[in-house]
Ligand binder design. Sequence first.
Ligand SMILES: Cc1cc2nc3c(=O)[nH]c(=O)nc-3n(C[C@H](O)[C@H](O)[C@H](O)COP(=O)(O)OP(=O)(O)OC[C@H]3O[C@@H](n4cnc5c(N)ncnc54)[C@H](O)[C@@H]3O)c2cc1C
Length: 484
Amino acid sequence: MTIDRLVQRLQTGLGADKVLTDRQELRTYECDGLAHYKVTPAVVVLPRTTEQVAFVVRACVEADVPFVARGSGTGLSGGALPHADGVLVVTSQMRDILEVDTADQRAVVQPGVINLHVTRAAAPEGYYYAPDPSSQQVCSIGGNVAENSGGAHCLKYGFTTNHVTGVEVVAPDGTVVRLGGRAPDPPGYDLLGAFIGSEGTLGIATEVTVRLMRAPESVRTLLAAFPSTDEAGGAVSAVIGAGVLPAAIEMMDALAIEAAEAAVHCDYPAGAGAVLIVELDGARADVDAQFSEVERHCRDNGATEIRIAADDAERALFWKGRKSAFAAVGRISPDYIVQDGVIPRTALPEVLRRIADLSSGGVRVANVFHAGDGNLHPLVLFDDAVPGQAEEAEIVSGAILDLCIEHGGSITGEHGVGMDKSKYMPRMYTEDDLDTMQMLRCAFDPHHLSNPGKVFPTPRLCGEVPGWHKGPHPLQAAGLAEVF
Ligand SMILES: Cc1cc2nc3c(=O)[nH]c(=O)nc-3n(C[C@H](O)[C@H](O)[C@H](O)COP(=O)(O)OP(=O)(O)OC[C@H]3O[C@@H](n4cnc5c(N)ncnc54)[C@H](O)[C@@H]3O)c2cc1C
């Protein structure tokens, strides 16, 4: 079937207003938050219901046309980058909160619902949705599920995977399946776990059941300034080593502070080489006791100034600098790459020193990160107008990921692999590892139509013997898996 016939079919099934083919309109969707990759999709569809998504996917399968899911397009790894000959399935009209059940501590939502809107819906009854990416005012729950997104408060509460108990999915053959449900921990293979973080390669989530948490009785936040990231890192280790588990510990280095000051005037202590934002939440008595302990560890590790938020307004100001940090670096550098890697927390001082060594020369690196769980967000600053700097920035960016791997970490903490990092996957995984992952993917998507070209460096067709080797994969040889 040609793409024109597919468009006709989609228009008949969905209504013409839900199918975009005008080039100017299509260009609105040509990239996600990683704007240096751009592809104009052949068609964009805006379904409202699960049935409509299933109809679109079935039509794509029959036409042998690839499809890519897109939520709000805030992803930072090119995951929602369209396919030039494919259909982009945008969930922005699937924004109903179907149920808020505080007795069961669950909410059921459509995938296009904005992260923060779940909390807004549950707040009147004293509940909230814990995973809080800095993009939470705009990113969608479907995108969060696909990326297994994190956020500042995931140190204590865990990532999206810890807060989603069930999904309804349009599988890549167009059938509608349910993985998980309202109850935790169903028997059998953890297919829900496989789906969360699969970056749109295993189908399209059309309904998501999330866990709601009771809002804490007390929240207290401090901002501590240190001479450098060494002392700040020491304070982080001391706090966690003492058995205190803050809701969040965020760190920014001098360059990141400079950028945040220029952008949002957050009034952090002048001359600080690093700041920590530490937030505790829970029962008032516990929070108060632990808060004193955190202050003491900050002082013992060389804090030059500690500010305690007196009210919600001051707390918001502490967070404003941190939450605006990515965009803020635009104030001090014409171009930048937002990197995302993770390392064991104890490796922080060593890795930060080595990143500082890498950043000598024309390319500088500002560091903003979820220090409590070792999730780094180095911002590699460069000027595209200076010949060779973009290439140098790319090299520094890759070298940072090598450092993460060398220290037992990973090439992505929370932004996903997408298009951008697929080339780094072989640095972290062996051919056999990658082939094994492909087998899982092929089990869900034998026609390789669901977000092809993402996550894996060398897409292979399902049905091919995976890998360079001529013999069977070790799992096949052991009788543990078969090629579909
Ligand atoms: C300023 C800024 C701050 C950020 N801060 C954080 C942060 O603190 N933590 C964090 O983890 N991330 C952060 N991000 C990254 C981004 O917001 C998250 O990855 C988010 O989950 C993406 O959601 P989205 O709706 O924009 O998804 P999109 O960008 O539209 O899509 C992301 C991926 O999900 C897939 N997808 C989308 N919807 C579905 C669906 N219904 N079913 C199946 N697959 C689907 C897409 O195919 C794509 O692979 C930040 C981004 C920005 C721009």
